[in-house]
Design a protein around this ligand. Sequence first.
Ligand SMILES: NC(=O)c1ccc[n+]([C@@H]2O[C@H](COP(=O)([O-])OP(=O)(O)OC[C@H]3O[C@@H](n4cnc5c(N)ncnc54)[C@H](O)[C@@H]3O)[C@@H](O)[C@H]2O)c1
Length: 253
Amino acid sequence: MHGLKDRIVLVAGAATGLGAASARRLAGDGARVVVGDLNREGAEETAAGIRAEGGEAVAVEFDISDDASVERLVSAAAQTYGGLDAVHVNAGDMDSVRRDSDVVDIDLAVWDRTVAVNLRGHMLVSRHAVPALLARGGGAIVYTSSIASFTGEPKRPAYAVTKAGINALARHVASRWGKEGIRANAVTPGLILTREIEEGASPEMLKAMLTRTRSTRHGRAEDIAGMVSYLLSDEGAWINGQVVNVDGGTFLR
Ligand SMILES: NC(=O)c1ccc[n+]([C@@H]2O[C@H](COP(=O)([O-])OP(=O)(O)OC[C@H]3O[C@@H](n4cnc5c(N)ncnc54)[C@H](O)[C@@H]3O)[C@@H](O)[C@H]2O)c1
């Protein structure tokens, strides 16, 4: 992708799944990547894989629900590579999603944890990243949202509410700092067959999910990574405050 060579990019939540694919793609496009995750081993694995392919990456353990930890993560980009040019905020608490029932039944601890990671956490990364981006004259942020932010479902209310909040967060950051050179967009993936989802889903469920798309196949983490890379690169220079659907035509707007 044009305009990522030597850029310093942070991927917050990059041990596995979509974030790991995004870190690999950005490094392949020439960026120097800070791989942040709660899962230290997984983050180190992602970074080591990038280095083995000839790219530049460093792993940093952090907790997106902890303000001081997020501040240390953003500082690590400056300490390691001298600044920050772009961020993919991707972390999501996928264990909570499995216990996210409905608003009458839900364990409030599940609601609170989902908000702390999926929404407040994304705000915390923005809060620390924006000054670092401004220090280099601007930059770009992409948040991982979900089509759950606008489809409406009988279950997963905490997940959907936090993802809808992320869409609003992207619009806020774009509106507040667009004139100072910051772009902020959200990507809304449909079902993406990460290793974990593929292992946990029955063939019947996968077949049913495919019928909801207008595609010949399920989504792959690399499908999202391609859009993240585009939006963070100079190719996406005039795209700001948008919620971009990457879902094989599941949801038509
Ligand atoms: N896979 C899908 O079908 C799909 C669809 C739509 C949206 N998404 C979103 O994509 C993102 C990635 O999901 P995934 O499917 O790749 O799952 P995943 O579990 O592989 O990725 C989530 C990452 O976030 C990290 N994380 C969790 N809590 C954290 C914390 N407190 N601090 C720092 N890191 C933390 C995890 O360790 C993991 O590396 C999530 O935001 C998810 O909601 C996924």
